[in-house]
Write a protein of this length. Structure first.
Lengths: 155, 567
């Protein structure tokens, strides 16, 4: 979509006005600074998703929209998670982070901050694997998606 | 070196470049520079209303009756919030309109300044698009875009918010001839393969039906719709917004469909085997419950310029995205070249069935009543004006009777708030209609409840000598609310009576208009004739009508089209 003030609120407003769900939304400017790319995750029947797509297309600032589920795609989300890490837990958490291919990016004597990238379900799985009471804080970006191979969304 | 103009001058120059002859508005602090420029020129005429809602409705009526873009000018804060009802009305009915609003200076935005509201935020869900102009160098292009967006594709209102300092700043004025936007390219031409599929389906029809909506009026395709319907000898029904798209006095017209549609139109909708939907959107007031409407033996062709209108409430078999006018032209050409014709024996049988439904005479009412029946007033109005008037209406029972009993043969003659259902729309809209059609006969059919929502505009009518004929069907009730309370709420008429009514005759006279009170059925016709003889004067006709009359047929909310309550 056009990288203009107010464009994001039109998208968000559309979802609330028409009663659609936003699971997550991630947006930033592209290599062309006049354009922003947004990845939006929603749930609904095929009919609802079709309507969502059509309604989004009607927004004047939306340039192009694709449903990534129409083809093979890759999706990644970034999570930063701060966990309590004292005593023997420190080793255990470090090992878990390695298994999930995360990296520890900040350390204190009581905590680790772990950076983890993957599909949203992988991030969920990591949180499941860690003892709930150890999690001090999480921040997630929402999914970003891109088509596989030659499938390109270009204006 | 070219001369630099202020934002205010640029705004007015843009309107002139767009060929705007008439705008509706109300001044205030944030738009004073713009009003100053209006004052210095005489190409754009400004009509001063008495409330911003009326400015928008008037611009709306102007647009609907002329196919030009309606233009309104309001100030910041309350100017805009008053305008919102009008903007939402135009949005729901897809009316091309540009609203220019003043805003507090850019340096004051966000600081809770005097008469500041987030105009772009407040109007966002009820405009096709809106702009906040923060830099005077972008003003001309923004106004160009506003007119372009408002009038193309599925039309709609576009708002341009201009901060006061921007209207003061200077820059070179260049008005672009054309504008192109990578993110906005409405599809006009229908897909050839889809049109071919539609033609094949039409030729295979045994029980065909044409269902035409407001899109036919908006794209000026009444002639093509009529040609298509008549060359095929198909029955045609029009939605509330589509009245006039097919001549209502023609034999093939089944009248309006929907919640208060005719028995024959609703039955034919339900039982046809090929439905040709043209510029219509299967809304809840038209097809009732979509589950009930569903019929696996019925195939649907849907022509609409807005892809999101297609398969929204009802799944269709042959969608055609495009301008109704373009698509109908292509479809007619294709069908003319075709040797085959639909099964004429089956069509004859279908017409026989339709005539049986028609014999049910669903719009009958007591013609010997000693009290004025509202339906009779509309019938007489139709006769007295020879069906040639512009009719605006407010919202409620009178609106439905107007739609049922005034037979519109031409497009752009019926002007009402269909989607939003805005009481108070009728009189200000009629002002816009009269200004767009100075020689036209303009009548506003209203009720004593609706008319009071914008009654202050009697003053505007006086100022500009607008000779409207106001047909007030006065039953001392909010009639449609009362009808629902009678049918669905055990006759408990909660707050739906109209007490403490003014003497409308004296009220009209106090504004310098003519007032008439009509209480007997035998006086109705003469009074109407007399009123229309007063060519230069507004006549307020207060018809004292039957309090108990209801609108029939009626499809109750949530019910199916064929589950009508009949007289």
């Amino acid at each position: 979509m056009e990288n203009e003030a107010g464009a994001l609120s039109r998208v968000a407003g559309l979802f609330s006005a028409r009663g659609y769900n936003i699971e997550s939304l991630s947006v930033a400017p592209t290599e062309d600074p006049t354009l922003s790319r947004m990845t939006l995750v929603t749930v609904g029947s095929d009919e609802v998703v079709e309507q969502v797509t059509k309604q989004l297309n009607k927004l004047i600032e939306v340039v192009k929209i694709i449903d990534l589920n129409d083809g093979n795609h890759i999706e990644r989300e970034l999570m930063l998670v701060k966990v309590r890490a004292v005593g023997p837990d420190r080793e255990e958490i470090k090992r878990l982070a390695e298994i999930f291919r995360g990296s520890i990016i900040d350390v204190t004597d009581k905590s680790f901050t772990i950076e983890l990238t993957g599909t949203s379900s992988k991030l969920d799985a990591f949180l499941e694997a860690i003892e709930r009471s150890a999690v001090l804080e999480t921040v997630r970006t929402g999914a970003s998606g891109i088509g596989r191979g030659e499938w390109i969304l270009k204006v | 070196m070219s001369v630099e103009l202020t934002g205010a001058e640029i705004t007015i120059r843009c309107l002139q470049e767009e060929g705007v002859q008439c705008i509706f508005g109300y001044p205030g602090g944030a738009v004073l520079f713009i009003y100053d420029e209006l004052f210095k020129q005489d190409k754009v005429r400004h009509i001063l209303v008495r409330h911003e809602q009326a400015a928008i409705h008037a611009a709306d009526g102007y647009a609907r009756s002329s196919n030009k873009v309606g233009v309104a000018l309001v100030t910041s804060g309350p100017g805009v919030t008053n305008a919102v009802t009008g903007i939402a009305t135009a949005y729901m009915d897809s009316i091309p309109m540009v609203v220019i609003s003043g805003q507090v200076p850019t340096s004051a935005i966000g600081l809770d300044a005097f008469q500041e509201v987030d105009t772009v935020g407040i109007t966002r869900p009820c405009v096709k698009h809106n702009f906040l102009v923060k830099d005077v160098t972008e003003l001309a292009l923004t106004i160009k875009k506003a007119f372009y967006i408002a009038s193309t594709g599925r039309p709609g209102p576009v708002l341009v918010d201009i901060p006061k300092d921007v209207s003061q700043q200077k820059t070179k004025f260049v008005y672009p001839d054309k504008v192109s936007m990578r993110s906005y390219n409405p599809v006009i031409k229908g897909h050839a393969r889809q049109i071919k599929k539609a033609a094949e389906l039409i030729l295979s029809a045994k029980r065909p039906m044409v269902y035409a909506g407001g899109g036919v009026i908006l794209s000026d395709a009444a002639a093509q719709l009529t040609e298509l319907t008549q060359m095929l000898n198909f029955p045609c029904t029009n939605t509330l917004m589509g009245l006039g798209g097919y001549p209502a006095t023609d034999r093939q017209s089944l009248g309006m469909l929907g919640m208060h549609g005719t028995y024959e139109a609703n039955m034919a909708m339900q039982y046809c085997d090929v439905l040709i939907a043209v510029g219509a959107r299967f809304d809840d007031r038209v097809i009732g419950n979509p589950k009930h409407f569903f019929n696996e033996n019925r195939k649907i062709i849907h022509i609409d310029i807005d892809p999101s209108s297609i398969s929204k409430r009802v799944k269709v078999d042959v969608p055609i995205v495009g301008d109704v006018l373009d698509v109908l032209k292509d479809l007619i050409k294709l069908l003319k070249a075709e040797k085959e014709k639909p099964d004429q024996t089956a069509l004859k049988e279908w017409w026989k069935q339709i005539e049986l439904w028609r014999e049910r005479d669903c719009l009958k009412f007591d013609r010997s009543s000693k009290i004025i029946k509202p339906q009779m007033v509309i019938e007489k109005l139709f006769n007295v004006t020879k069906g040639d008037a512009f009719i605006t209406s407010d919202v409620g029972q009178h609106q439905m009777w107007a739609a049922q009993f005034y037979k519109f043969d031409k497009p752009r003659r019926w002007i009402n708030s269909g989607g939003l259902g805005t009481m108070g729309f009728g009189m200000p809209a009629a002002m816009g209609v009269q200004l767009a059609n100075p020689k036209g006969k303009v009548a506003c059919i209203t009720g004593e409840a609706s008319i009071q929502m914008c009654i202050q505009e009697l003053s505007t009518c006086k100022q500009y000598k607008l000779p409207l004929k106001i047909i007030n069907l006065n039953n001392r009730y909010m009639g449609m609310v009362r009808q629902w309370q009678e049918f669905f709420h055990g006759n408990r008429y909660a707050e739906s009576y109209m007490n403490a009514l003014p003497d409308f005759v004296k009220l009209a006279e106090s504004y310098g208009h003519v007032g008439m009170k009509i209480e007997k059925p035998e006086d109705v016709e003469d009074a109407l004739k007399e009123a229309f003889k007063l060519k230069d004067q507004l006549v307020f006709m207060d018809f004292i009508t039957d309090q108990t009359e209801n609108v029939f047929p009626m499809v109750p909310g949530g019910k199916g089209l064929s589950e009508m309550i009949l007289v």
